[in-house]
Design a protein around this ligand. Sequence first.
Ligand code: ATP
Ligand code: MG
Length: 392
Amino acid sequence: MNEIFLLKLGEIILKGANKRSFEDRLRTNVARRMRPFGDFKVSILQSTVYVEPENDQCDLEAAWDACHAIFGAVSICRSRPCEKNADAIFAAILAYLGDDLSAAKSFKVESKRSDKRFPMNSIQISQEIGGRLAEAFPDVPVDVHHPDYTVYVEIRDHAAYVHGPAERGAGGLPTGVGGRAALLLSGGIDSPVAGYMIGKRGVEIEAIHFFSYPYTSERAKEKVLELARRLTRYCGRMTVDVVGFTEIQEAIRDNCPDEYFTIIMRRFMMRIAERIALDHGCGCLVTGENLGQVASQTMQAMAVTHAVVDIPVFHPLIGFDKEDIVQLARKIDTLETSILPYEDCCTVFTPKHPKTKPRLMDVERVEKALEVETLISRALEKTEIVKVRYHG
Ligand code: ATP
Ligand code: MG
């Protein structure tokens, strides 16, 4: 094949004894992501994943697009392999990068030799190839300090590779090396971004959604499933547990003072989420909470909300400005879906004057009016489990 993708490992390199298992996981993840696009050979060598199409039926453009969303790779590039000699390298550059080079204002060659048996060192390779290219492209001057375009030559064990500037990879750690988390996924802007942030740390995600039919519509549920689907581009396939929440909300409305509605509702979410999380082998809960954003996201309210669970609750967006969250949502392509105007269960029965500084003892007292365990069991019984996978 005359084109191959090179995915360079990032932080994984720092992981000492774990390096091997991290690499194996990344290789498996890449192979799985490439599968819809044809037959690819995926191997890993010298801190680089090689993704090689095995025949002409491969959809290279779609595969390349998918490479941008694979956690664990810091930089990615498309390159052409060739024999390890100056003539072959020069010919490969002419054929593969010639158009880019002739359009450039200036260029340089940067070489790396990881096969130390190769007779020239990296400086010699750059000089030799740079000299030949300068002759072939007399209108494009060499500029070693601030080149407009850089040609890369890599001499590796099995072949030489030539390519232009690399693109940024998704970064982070390979999905699966960091365990599994349960994401509380609403239809808002924040929680999908929170899921992406935790996913980026190598964590597999299962999602939980609280659904208040008929107060919230089927379309609101579809919207959440679509958000989960969009996350799978980065985080891999996941399940969404859709928990019927109506009875609990009505019980709170009917039995507790208005200003405690939201905080008690959120405590129910946490309790139920913890049980589902443990059931799915998840070690933590993840929310899109953000300090000071709404009444339920003050320090005091969050302390009361999280007091009902024992496993850690992570809120990766806790210190973000809304603008930064929106920017990330745009980047991961969830924003457009998040801003569809269907109501979330949080907006049903919202009190006019929620407590921003609730005290745990008061909340616990108010909650005594409810059959907490019975309500939780009934909600769990009514949970629908939906599997989502990436379709785009
Ligand atoms: P988002 O934009 O994610 O909806 P938000 O700023 O609207 O967040 P809240 O509605 O207070 O904030 O919710 C805080 C967090 O609680 C959400 O980020 C999400 O993790 C979780 N959450 C809220 N509503 C639901 C729901 N219906 N199902 C699952 N989780 C939810
Ligand atoms: Mg919300």
